[in-house]
Design a protein around this ligand. Structure first.
Ligand code: NDP
Length: 479
């Protein structure tokens, strides 16, 4: 099957007629071709978006909201089809795509359809000067949205929905590794009556298609989610053009467990926060620190639970850990297991590739727990982004806080304790954009989402996203 670009409401081949193979990670087979789009395709997408902008930015909020709600409904009614496509493209269990990825993509549109009708700007009366200031929040124009492969439709729509809700027109690029649901979304947008040119989807490699979007002098903002090194490159390219940037980057998140936690709840959630989506979630708690008095018990129970996780084909309902997204990524994750061994880490369970019957060329890996003796080793400092976690004990609160913060990343942190004072102390001091206490990945779409340090710049979610996709303009009237 050939996926096509979506430009001005039409499906079209790349102008160069150049294609890239699309792999099914669960079998290792090529099952499709995607456009290897060039700068010329991005230029065509820009022309369409720019042409659509005047009209779309003047469309009433009720009308924009109605169309976004329609897209949300259509995602919901296409749940099975979209979930199957996501699972096949990414390797994630089908039940997970059905329960999380696709429902969340629908929620993203529903949320911003409603949020835009409640988005307000400020006014300031200059008392004693007979003047009033009010702030307009105007759309930016044509913006670029670039998303990664781990939560394909979920993160793609997390950017597109607020961008178009705020009145912008979009050029979006999904990861070339997982383009399928973005392609299907385009059909849904046409069916929902989204005017031509408001959303344009250009497929291709990051280094060519993505780069052309970032380099385009007329694209006013880039909302990017992906790796930190790509983020650095994007910032360097976009800064001289004074583009607005939102960068959601990598993480190496601590999961801090105190002996006074609710043990069963913590254990069940820690299995999930370690290995959900094959550990390929930027928010996974990949560094687990356990209070020394609980360490041996936790170690035994955690290993027991993790060895029970079934590694299998994504369509098997019993599968808990599916395939990693690509051969290259599997090799990268495996290389960190070797590094861990060289550094003196002990592989407590996992560490090996898995041959799933009938799908022997798929990219499967056992969920892996590595015991480390120092937080400074590479496996504890560098983002692995796979089903690999480290565990180590701590004795003092200050010691664990220091270890938690002593990485270049600062996306999220999880804390397990029933001590309120400790919760308050640590949540103030943890260097992270998001702190979960006695839970993990509980999301309310109104909250600010993003990281500090090398985990990114800016916040998505709620009104933060609508602020990013609009430009404030102050008007001062003397009366
Ligand atoms: P990459 O940085 O490799 O890619 C992200 C996106 O950027 C892809 O669409 C990619 O295209 C594109 N891209 C690559 N190079 C360029 C370039 N020079 N110019 C413009 N676009 C480019 O990340 P991954 O896809 O490997 O995703 C994994 C990373 O994403 C992890 O580090 C993870 O932590 C992070 N992430 C962060 C989240 C957050 O919210 N903070 C959430 C989810 C993931 P292509 O794939 O086609 O090369």
């Amino acid at each position: 099957m050939h996926i096509q670009n979506f430009i001005n409401g039409n499906f079209q081949n790349p102008l160069s007629n150049d294609w890239i193979p699309n792999y099914n990670p669960s079998s290792g087979d090529v099952y499709g071709q995607i456009p290897n789009s060039s700068k010329e395709d991005v230029d065509a997408a820009y022309e369409a978006a720019n042409l659509a902008f005047n009209r779309w930015s003047q469309t009433t909020l009720e009308e924009r909201s109605r169309i976004l709600l329609k897209i949300s409904e259509l995602i919901e009614s296409n749940l099975d089809r979209l979930a199957k496509a996501e699972s096949k493209d990414n390797g994630k269990p089908l039940w997970l795509a059905k329960a999380i990825d696709i429902p969340r993509a629908s929620s993203n549109f529903r949320f911003f359809a409603n949020a835009i009708t409640q988005f307000a700007s400020e006014s300031h009366e200059s008392i004693g000067q007979n003047a009033i200031n009010y702030t307009l929040r105007q759309p930016l124009g044509v913006v670029g949205c670039i998303s990664p492969w781990n939560l394909p439709l979920y993160l793609f729509t997390w950017k597109i929905a607020p961008a178009i809700a705020a009145g912008n027109c979009v050029i979006a690029k999904p990861s070339e590794v997982t383009p399928m649901t973005a392609y299907l979304l385009a059909e849904i947008c046409n069916e929902a009556g989204l005017p031509k040119g408001v959303l344009n989807i250009v497929h291709g490699l990051g280094t060519t298609t993505g780069q052309a979007i970032v380099e385009h002098s007329e694209i006013k903002a880039i909302s990017f989610t992906g790796g930190t090194s790509t983020g650095v490159h994007i910032a360097r390219t976009a800064a001289p053009m004074f583009k607005k940037l939102s960068l959601e980057l990598g993480g190496k998140n601590p999961n801090i467990i105190f002996a006074d936690c609710d043990y069963e709840d913590m254990l069940t959630t820690t299995v999930r926060s370690s290995f959900a989506n094959q550990g390929q979630i930027c928010l996974c708690g990949s560094r687990i620190f356990i209070e020394a008095s609980l360490y041996e018990k936790f170690k035994i129970d955690f290993i027991a639970r993790v060895t029970q996780l079934k590694v299998g084909h994504p369509s098997d309902t019993e599968t808990k850990v599916g395939a990693l997204v690509s051969k290259q990524h599997l090799e990268k994750v495996m290389s960190y297991i070797d590094i861990a061994k060289e550094e003196g880490g002990i592989v407590l369970t996992g560490g090996n590739k898995v041959k799933v019957k009938g799908y022997e060329n798929g990219y499967y890996l056992e969920p892996t727990i590595i015991e480390v003796t120092t937080d400074e080793c590479r496996v504890n400092q560098e983002e692995i982004f796979g089903p690999v976690v480290t565990i180590m004990p701590f004795t003092l609160e200050d010691q664990v806080l220091d270890m938690a913060n002593k990485v270049k990343y600062g996306l999220s942190a999880t804390l397990w304790t029933n001590d309120l004072k400790r919760t308050m102390r640590l949540s103030h001091k943890l260097q992270a954009g998001i702190v979960w206490v006695n839970t993990w990945l509980m999301r309310d779409l109104r909250t600010p989402f993003g990281g500090v340090k090398n985990s990114g710049v800016g916040r998505e979610g709620g009104f933060e996203a609508l602020r990013f996709f609009t430009e404030p303009k102050n008007v001062c009237i003397k009366y």
